[in-house]
Design a binder for this molecule. Structure first.
Ligand SMILES: [Zn+2]
Length: 289
């Protein structure tokens, strides 16, 4: 299985939002998405990053409040569709999109992939689907980003068979892992707290092991040292208690098995470590103003 990491645009926030010991200045947070080429199942994405649809969806009140609170930067050349096309892959060729959770920065390009089936924890979508207009916005969800026929194109990950990874430590800490394709290539692990039914992904490539942890924390330093975000960041979380528990578990995985490469979806420094030629996002590892 081939694996490539990409950044699909970025947003800016106070660094302190992400990590309580951080600085008060603004920092850049890329939206990492991952492209897999699976021998049998073809092109697969884990999340999509931003797309121009984010701007369309946040043009008018009340959704424009989202864009004001979280300034988003995405150009066409940063989008998943553009980046795949550069490699000769058409949007129609993407067969599956594994959705970590339904915040806009992870699903903004779903509509660009007309043939994709969507793999996620059902209760993640049920929460989103069940909220009223304003509550949905406060929770960071934009309904207009969901493609038509979404439910019919769903594969509920919790119905897949369970399995275990090759990491004994990971298995002890996260004992329930879902084998998405039944071949051990991609294992889904629930990481509750930040968003209902947040989906983490474990896989191996050659002799490397990866654990994508979505927004369980925003920066590598947070799981390395078990540092929580600033208190006001918890306003956006599904459950503060579960957030802290998940962060602590990931911290334990890191301590017990430092061979596993743990990837938060918005850590610029980690992204720079993973890609040979980062192309779009400026100053990913630093403060920008
Ligand atoms: Zn999120």
């Amino acid at each position: 299985m081939q694996v490539e990491f990409h950044d699909g645009g970025y947003c800016t926030h106070r660094e302190k939002m992400a990590i309580s010991t951080g600085r008060f200045c603004k920092a850049v947070f890329p939206s990492i998405f991952v492209h897999f080429h699976h021998e049998k199942h073809g092109h697969i994405l884990y999340d999509t990053g931003y797309s121009q649809k984010f701007y369309e969806e946040t043009k008018n009140f009340p959704n424009n409040l989202y864009a004001k609170i979280t300034p988003v930067f995405i150009k066409e050349k940063d989008t998943a569709v553009y980046k795949l096309k550069q490699q000769g892959i058409n949007p129609e060729d993407v067969k599956f999109i594994i959705i970590s959770h339904f915040h806009a920065d992870h699903i903004a390009a779903l509509k660009d992939f007309p043939n994709a089936r969507f793999i996620y924890f059902s209760h993640g979508f049920s929460k989103f689907d069940g909220l009223g207009k304003y509550k949905r916005l406060v929770n960071g969800y934009l309904l207009g980003l969901i493609p038509e026929g979404f439910k019919e194109r769903t594969i509920a990950v919790e119905k897949r068979p369970t399995t275990l990874s090759v990491s004994k430590s990971l298995n002890e800490i996260f004992s329930v892992q879902y084998d998405i394709f039944g071949d051990g290539s991609l294992l889904a692990i629930e990481l509750p707290g930040h968003a209902r039914g947040q989906l983490g992904l474990y896989f191996t490539q050659g002799n490397k092991e990866f654990f994508l942890i979505a927004d369980s924390c925003w920066l590598t330093q947070a799981y390395e040292e078990n540092i929580r975000p600033a208190i006001f960041s918890y306003l956006l979380t599904d459950s503060a208690k579960l957030y802290n528990q998940t962060l602590e578990k990931i911290h334990r995985v890191h301590k017990a098995d430092n061979k596993i490469i743990i990837v938060p979806s918005h850590c610029g420094q980690k992204y720079l470590d993973l890609v040979a030629t980062p192309c779009c996002t400026k100053n990913l590892n630093g403060v920008y103003t």
